[in-house]
Structures are given as C-alpha cells and as structure tokens.
Write a protein that binds this ligand. Structure first.
Ligand SMILES: NC(=O)c1ccc[n+]([C@@H]2O[C@H](COP(=O)([O-])OP(=O)(O)OC[C@H]3O[C@@H](n4cnc5c(N)ncnc54)[C@H](OP(=O)(O)O)[C@@H]3O)[C@@H](O)[C@H]2O)c1
Length: 252
C-alpha cells in the first residue's frame, strides 16, 4: 500500500505496542496521530519519534472512556486531514482482580467482579466499537481504509477450549472475553464493509515486553509492532475479517 499522503490514528500510542506501531508506520512516511489519554505523555512520545527522524507525527489527547473525545478526535482529523486511512484500535487494559480484594490473581473466572468485567469491556470493547463507528465516515473518505483491532491470542475460544493449546491454562476471564468480543466486532464489521475497499482485521501481536506483557514476555517491542503495521498497510488484495499474528492465521 503506497504510504504517501496517508494518515493513521493509533489509540494508546504513548507507549508499548501503540508507540511501536506509530514508529513503524511513521518510518513508512505515513502521518501518525498518537492518541494518548495523558497529554504530556503523548507529546513526549511524539518528540521521541521526531528525534528518531520521523517527521509526520503529532499527539492528541484522547481517552477511550470519554465519549466526548470521539467527536473531538473526529473533528480534529476532519479539519487537519479530511480523511482517515488507518485506525489502529490499540489501547487496552488487563485489570487485576487483586486491587478489588481478590487474592486469586487476574480475572479469575469464578470470582471476577462485575467492576473488573465492566471496566475491562468499557475500554477493550465498548469504546472500540463506539470510536470506530464515529470515525467510519472519515475512513470511508480515504481511498482504501484499514482498521486494525488489537486483539490477543487470549481471545481465541478455539484455543481456550483445547487442553493441548499453549493458552489452555492462561485464563484471565474479563480480558479474554473482551478480546473474544472484539474479534466478533472484526468479523461483523468486515462483513458489513465487504463491498468497500476497507479492510478490518484482528491482530495478535505476540507476547511482548510492555507494561502489560511484563518482563517475562519473550518478544521484544521491535518484533511486537510488526503485526499491527502489516495489517495497517495491507495491499488491496489482502485479507479482511481475519485474525492473525505476523501473517499467520489464528483460530477464532
Ligand atoms: N503486550 C502483550 O503481550 C500483548 C499481547 C496481546 C495483545 N496485546 C494488546 O495490545 C494492546 C497494547 O498493549 P501493550 O502491551 O502495549 O500495553 P501497555 O504498554 O499497557 O499500553 C497500553 C496503552 O493503552 C492505553 N490506554 C489504556 N486505557 C486507556 C484509555 N482509557 N484511554 C486511552 N488510552 C488508554 C495506555 O495509556 P496510559 O499510558 O495512559 O495507561 C497505553 O498507552 C492492548 O490492546 C493489549 O491488549 C498486548
């Protein structure tokens, strides 16, 4: 996909995989708008990329959980770019039940609180749907829009149900279910947009060293950004409605 004149908006791009995706797209000459809920963090992320020689990058304050921010970012993109070529729905949370008094760890299925479930779904699912709906008219103004939903292998029902799969024993219920729901959004939206040039895909970045992934993760950030960049720059004959990790399809 030719990069010239394209613009990408990436949520949660002040650090981790979002920042790495901004770096990857910026290096291709795509103008990158970094969404960051903390304005100063966003600005310093943009400055960092500029220091690395990426010219077309800027930061905009954006909180997934603030409905007013959706229209604000849509107006901003409309005014400054007139369209949106690439939306990377990257921002996400994995909440620990521990802070709500559960000693059993992450999102334990039998004990996960309603609070953790609601907060997880709010950022990882409801906000992604609402933001995408708001930005869709702008994405339709681009010649060939790309929507990348940052899912996870932990959203795969097929792998969770298979005792032989590597994730069988890794069950953070709220997080996993929110990513399964996100995968449903990918499939449904791709079907609705099947007669357009817009492609919608779910990405599994790998288990990557970030604040969320932790230091035990085997993948470095430089590797972890590859799937998002790949799906954000798919050629016209690339897949839509898929779920993949660096080009390899995952089972739903
Ligand atoms: N790392 C992995 O191994 C891995 C594996 C599979 C999938 N993923 C997915 O990849 C995506 C990025 O993860 P990561 O590892 O880079 O995590 P991370 O380092 O924790 O970064 C998460 C980003 O999301 C932002 N965010 C969270 N809530 C937000 C909100 N309400 N509004 C705006 N931004 C918000 C964070 O902003 P603040 O800095 O303000 O908190 C941060 O920029 C997530 O969707 C995650 O589920 C990660």
């Amino acid at each position: 996909m030719a990069s010239q004149g394209k613009v990408a908006f990436i949520t949660g791009a002040n650090k981790g995989l979002g920042l790495e995706t901004a770096r990857g797209l910026g290096k291709l000459g795509i103008a990158v708008v970094i969404g960051s809920r903390d304005e100063a963090n966003g600005r310093s992320a943009a400055d960092k990329l500029k220091g690395e020689g990426i010219e077309k990058v800027e930061a905009v304050q954006f909180d997934m959980t603030k409905i007013a921010d959706y229209a604000r970012i849509a107006n901003y993109l409309e005014e400054h770019y007139g369209k949106l070529d690439i939306l990377v729905n990257n921002a996400g949370v994995m909440l620990d039940d521990g802070e709500f008094g559960n000693p059993n760890g992450f999102n334990t299925t039998s004990t996960v609180t309603q609070d953790v479930l609601h907060k997880t779904f709010e950022t990882n699912f409801f906000a992604v749907v609402a933001l995408t709906q708001t930005l869709l008219p702008l994405i339709k103004k681009a010649p060939a829009g790309r929507i990348v939903n940052l899912s996870s292998i932990l959203g795969s029902l097929a792998l969770h149900a298979d005792p032989k799969s590597p994730i069988y024993s890794t069950k953070a219920f709220a997080y996993d279910a929110s990513k399964t729901a996100l995968n449903a959004f990918t499939v449904h939206l791709a079907q609705e947009l099947r007669d357009t040039k817009i492609k919608v895909n779910s990405a599994h970045p790998g288990w990557v060293k970030t604040d969320m992934g932790g230091s035990a993760a085997p993948m470095e950030l430089s590797e972890g950004g590859k799937t998002s960049v790949m799906l954000a720059t798919l050629p016209d004959d690339g897949p839509t409605g898929g779920y993949s990790h660096v080009g390899e399809t995952l089972p739903w």
